[in-house]
Write a new protein. Structure first.
Length: 543
């Protein structure tokens, strides 16, 4: 009989479950570096570009909704296994689509895996962890989410850098075989295509203007002259992309690079699938199913035999007092925290975080960076995200949930206001990276990990899966609305003319203020309390 608990054992269990979080981050963020190449490959308009990014979020909402039922009926472990399968199939499917529709279908399937993992991973970790370190271990899930994002940002960067090298060699080979002379007809066609694809922000280039420019260049058309011509008409194009286009060539990243970006997810998805066979089921789920001996054995390995007996008795007493019906969510003691959970989940998303995490590369390109530089800046953002999430892990059980949430929402709002001012003054190229890093640091220190900690703690055991599912579905719906509408708002003619792309960032800053008020006035501190103590506190408050 094991008399003492094993911190190493519970840590290993938490890390395996947190691989679901890593894939959550990997799958959501891979689109960041790939969207530009995907847009070129399938010739997407602004609405389709938003749909390519946001479609996965519909799968996330569906996955989160079904994960509640799955985790409560089949168990947390089996739900995570299903998520791993979805991740693996989606990785291969999004790497090899023949049409944009096929890509969307597999992207939604990946979203289904994200939705299941986003609910089940922190839920499993919360139910397996001792109270004294639960906040820290649940925060590990958020760490793996941002670690997955950082990894894929670097993966995207290195794949794109390889593609840039391939393209440069192709240009050099072209020049060696045909010289520097550009074909007039190819140049004219390329300029017309650029003019047709540009948004309202670019001054339209007429056919006559294009013909006149080509005629004035004489016998030799130079890439530099074409680039200057485009800049004069408000069109920014990556230099190497321009060189390829003027020669009638297609970038390797546009044809193959983005496929490797999506396909790389198959490696961590396969690892999760295999490792999940080595971990036990959640002790609280086992107790709920009447398997008390199995639940005690898991608890004993985590906290020792004596503590296991105490916790098991507490769990069984709490379960006996619960009906397990969805109607219980609206009972006096539960209703307030149910709506608080919904509010926290949605406010985490409408604070604008996923605009940075999904469209970061395009934002840096919009501010004036070349493709390689934008991808590298995005990788720096991912690194800062990881570093400050580590800080959050070491502070969440020391400082408490409320102080971190209040500090983070304030910092995020200030940074977003400053980003808006930089765009409004047309100084985004100078200030964007520093302000985005400040915003990401504040989010990673607080709202990112701590929201998931709170959501994993506040609901009753028997309905925790379904209650958390409602909150997580609300989170993904809010995420979908933000991601689908951002390209439209960011490129709306009147808003751009009046605010110079600042408007959406000021909207997200306003939601940060709302988040601050909700946490300040409503959210209780849960630091150091067992899940059963937290539940009894809410029930007592509702009487």
């Amino acid at each position: 009989m094991q008399r003492t608990g094993s911190l190493r054992y519970v840590t290993v269990l938490a890390l395996v479950a947190a691989l679901g979080g890593l894939l959550f981050g990997y799958d959501t963020a891979v689109i960041n570096g790939a969207i530009g190449f995907l847009q070129q490959h399938f010739d997407l308009n602004e609405q389709e570009e938003g749909w390519a990014t946001a479609s996965a979020l519909l799968g996330c909402a569906l996955g989160a909704a079904t994960a509640g039922i799955l985790s409560d009926r089949l168990g947390r472990k089996r739900a995570l296994l299903l998520a791993a399968v979805c991740f693996f199939v989606s990785a291969l499917g999004t790497a090899l689509p023949r049409t944009f529709l096929e890509f969307i279908i597999y992207r939604i399937l990946g979203g289904l895996g994200i939705g299941i993992a986003s609910l089940t991973s922190p839920l499993y970790i919360a139910e397996i962890s001792p109270a004294r370190i639960r906040g820290r271990l649940v925060s590990v899930n958020q760490l793996t989410i941002v670690l997955g994002m950082m990894i894929v940002f670097f993966v995207n960067y290195f794949i794109a850098a390889y593609g840039t090298t391939v393209d440069r060699r192709a240009i050099e080979q072209y020049q060696a075989e045909k010289g520097d002379r550009l074909d007039r007809q190819l140049v004219f066609q390329y300029l017309r295509q650029l003019a047709e694809k540009q948004s309202f922000r670019a001054q339209k280039i007429s056919i006559g203007t294009t013909q006149q420019f080509v005629a004035e260049q004489g016998d030799v058309l130079q890439v530099e002259k074409v680039a200057d011509f485009l800049v004069q008409h408000g069109i920014k194009v990556d230099t190497q992309q321009l060189e390829l286009g003027l020669r009638g060539m297609t970038s390797w990243n546009q044809t193959r690079g983005w496929r490797w970006m999506f396909g790389s997810e198959a490696l961590p998805a396969g690892a999760l699938l295999l490792l999940l066979f080595l971990v036990p089921e959640s002790p609280r789920f086992l107790a709920q199913q009447g398997r008390s001996q199995a639940a005690w054995e898991v608890l004993a390995r985590v906290g020792g035999a004596e503590q296991a007996a105490i916790e098991l008795a507490d769990i069984e007493q709490t379960i006996a007092q619960e009906s397990g019906s969805l109607r219980q969510l609206l009972e006096p003691g539960i209703r307030p925290i149910f709506f608080v959970g919904i509010a926290l989940a949605m406010l985490q998303q409408v604070s604008g975080i996923n605009v940075i995490l999904y469209y970061g590369t395009e934002l840096f390109k919009q501010a004036g960076s070349q493709i390689d530089a934008a991808l590298l800046q995005n990788a720096v953002v991912g690194t800062v995200n990881v570093l400050f999430t580590i800080v959050a892990i070491w502070t969440v059980d020391r400082w408490g949930r409320r102080p971190l949430m209040l500090l983070g929402s304030t910092g995020m709002g200030v940074c977003l206001i400053a980003v808006g001012i930089a765009y409004f003054l047309q100084q985004a190229e100078t200030w964007l990276l520093a302000l985005v890093l400040g915003y990401i640091a504040c989010f990673a220190l607080s709202v990112g990990p701590v929201t998931w900690v709170i959501l994993s703690e506040i609901f009753p055991t028997r309905i925790r899966g379904r209650a958390m599912a409602f909150a997580t579905v609300a989170l993904w719906i809010a995420n979908f609305l933000v991601i689908q509408t951002f390209p439209i708002i960011n490129k709306h003619p009147w808003l751009v003319e009046k605010f110079h792309c600042a408007f959406p960032f000021w909207v997200y800053a306003a939601f940060c203020a709302v988040l601050f008020v909700v946490v300040w006035r409503i959210v209780p501190e849960t630091k150091g309390k067992t899940l059963e103590q937290i539940e009894r506190g809410w029930l007592a408050a509702g009487r």
